[in-house]
Design a protein around this ligand. Structure first.
Ligand code: MG
Length: 288
């Protein structure tokens, strides 16, 4: 027999269930609808030194879904085992798709030791499930012969990683747009690396600082830039010097796979700058 008290309780349960259902539905739509905006964690390098998990939680709360790490040593990522790091960010709704890895200094004579380092790095990063492993920079070399040695080295690393379905890439600053023996270093690197083994993670800001336009490079070598660093003088969009609309449109046309916001200098607390950068891209109709 249903008395009034039971009826009210049942009604409120149905109501609560209905509300919860709507909220869950809404949340899942929001999750699915999130833009694929990644973050290079170098942007929060100081906060990551103080509180890894707390900082990552703030990143997740901003809306970022993918991460590129910049701290690998002794088999650990930000001091955590690759498996623990993967689980921690998965629980926050994020995944790590890329890593910046300096690796040991390279000479032809130490090739085997260098490759051993990259083999171990690959094993560790396979545990996290990355798609990309990226060398963040290299010394300026005096001759094209020396540069060719490094290009061959990059082909070797790329051959190693692609066998495990991880792509190896090189990230530029501005010095790659200087000339060595009459050749632009960046172009020489693009031409002397195997497109099946080496991609280029183009930092669009540093291309500009080097005196060139990211979009021109994307049009010239459409299959070499599957991953971008979205960077500006400070917060994304702040300087007005970069045409992010044409950068994204060209990148999508060429089959962009991932992109990472990078903030290196700040008008605000780095956390605020990183949030403002997300908000700028999230509000931009040309960012998918
Ligand atoms: Mg960068």
């Amino acid at each position: 027999m249903t008395n009034r008290r039971d009826f009210l309780r049942t009604s409120s349960l149905i109501l609560a269930g209905g509300l919860m259902g709507n909220q869950m539905l809404h949340a899942s739509v929001a999750d699915n609808g999130k833009k694929a905006i990644g973050l290079q964690l170098y942007s929060l390098r100081d906060a990551m030194k103080v509180d890894v998990l707390g900082t990552l939680k703030q990143v997740a709360d901003m809306g970022y879904t993918t991460l590129e790490a910049a701290n690998y040593g002794d088999g650990k990522i930000y001091g955590m085992t690759p498996a623990d790091f993967k689980k921690a960010i998965k629980d926050m709704g994020m995944k790590m798709t890329s890593a910046h890895l300096g690796g040991p200094n390279y000479t032809k004579e130490t090739h085997n030791q260098a490759m051993d380092w990259w083999k171990k790095a690959l094993e560790d990063h396979l545990e996290v499930g990355v798609k990309f492993m990226v060398k963040p920079g290299m010394p300026t070399l005096k001759t094209l012969d020396e540069l060719k040695v490094w290009c061959d080295f990059y082909n070797s690393i790329g051959e190693l990683t692609t066998a495990s379905k991880v792509q190896f890439g090189y990230h530029n600053h501005s010095h790659e747009f200087e000339k060595t023996e009459g050749e632009i270093i960046y172009d020489f690197m693009i031409k002397n690396t195997d497109p099946k083994k080496v991609f280029f993670e183009m930092d669009v800001y540093w291309v500009m600082r080097g005196g060139y336009k990211a979009v021109d490079y994307m049009n010239k070598y459409p299959d070499r830039f599957p991953v971008l660093h979205i960077k500006d003088e400070k917060e994304i969009g702040e300087s007005g010097q970069l045409d992010f609309k044409s950068i994204y449109e060209t990148a999508y046309k060429n089959g962009l796979k991932d992109s990472f916001v990078e903030v290196e200098r700040y008008n605000f607390d780095p956390i605020v700058s990183v949030k403002k950068s997300y908000d700028f891209l999230n509000a931009a109709p040309y960012v998918k």
